[in-house]
Design a protein around this ligand. Structure first.
Ligand code: VGL
Ligand code: ZN
Length: 221
């Protein structure tokens, strides 16, 4: 078995605001949708995430006087990139892309809902102390390996994969099923950190061709 009950596909933040024309557009972010749709049926266990901020969230530049989007600011928990307002709870921009077809997804986990703390990672908020509950859920389900796809490679996907490793899971990032924001070298930095943490990097083709057989990208766990 290459992947099965011990594996979970994590589909990260495939939301309207991260699409071209959206509030925090990720270049070519829409291209991941058909790739993820083709990959998802190979996984019996899929979890979706949604970035899910209250209006006035601390990560929004509009919440701080004299700031502009994409600059950084020191907050009590560390340095924070300030973003355009995005993924506000219940708005159309926070909805999942309408073409995402993963009816068998079991859980949607929403993150970034605390007004004063951001959460790129699906496991742990930016204060590096508050857990989302995802690690406990996955452990109770017998999951040992997460396969990460979605947006954005260098923020929510990378932080999620790194925290998956920190929580004791195997982690894989499917490079062509992700797109990056790439702010001041963030994408190169993310790939270096992922490699150093033992996160595997693969492609959707390599994953698909390995389904149900031995897959050199995904050694038996
Ligand atoms: C994300 C920036 C702010 C992401 C979320 O999904 O990568 N990036 N909020
Ligand atoms: Zn956000």
């Amino acid at each position: 078995m290459a992947y099965g009950a011990q594996d979970c596909l994590l589909v990260i933040d495939v939301q309207n605001d991260f699409m071209p024309g959206g509030a925090l557009a990720v270049p070519r972010g829409d291209e991941v949708v058909p790739i993820i749709n083709r990959l998802a049926p190979a996984f019996e266990h899929v979890v979706l995430t949604q970035d899910w901020h209250p209006a006035g969230h601390v990560s929004f530049a509009t919440s701080h006087v004299g700031t502009a989007p994409f600059q950084t600011m020191m907050l009590p928990y560390g340095e924070q990139v300030l973003w355009p307002d995005h993924c506000v709870q219940g708005t159309p921009g926070a909805a999942l892309h309408a073409d995402l077809r993963i009816p068998h997804a079991r859980m949607v986990i929403r993150k970034g809902h605390h007004a004063n703390v951001d959460s790129y990672s699906a496991f742990m908020e930016a204060d590096r102390a508050t857990k989302t509950g995802l690690a406990g859920y996955l452990r109770e389900q017998g999951v040992r390996r997460v396969v990460c796809v979605g947006l954005a490679t260098d923020y929510c996907v990378a932080w999620t994969a790194l925290d998956a490793r920190a929580a004791g899971f195997e982690a894989v990032v499917v490079e062509d099923a992700c797109r990056a924001i790439d702010l001041n070298g963030s994408l190169d930095r993310a790939w270096r950190e992922l490699a150093a943490a033992g996160v595997r990097r693969t492609t959707a083709d390599a994953l698909r061709s390995g389904a149900g057989t031995h897959n050199p990208w995904l050694p038996e766990s």
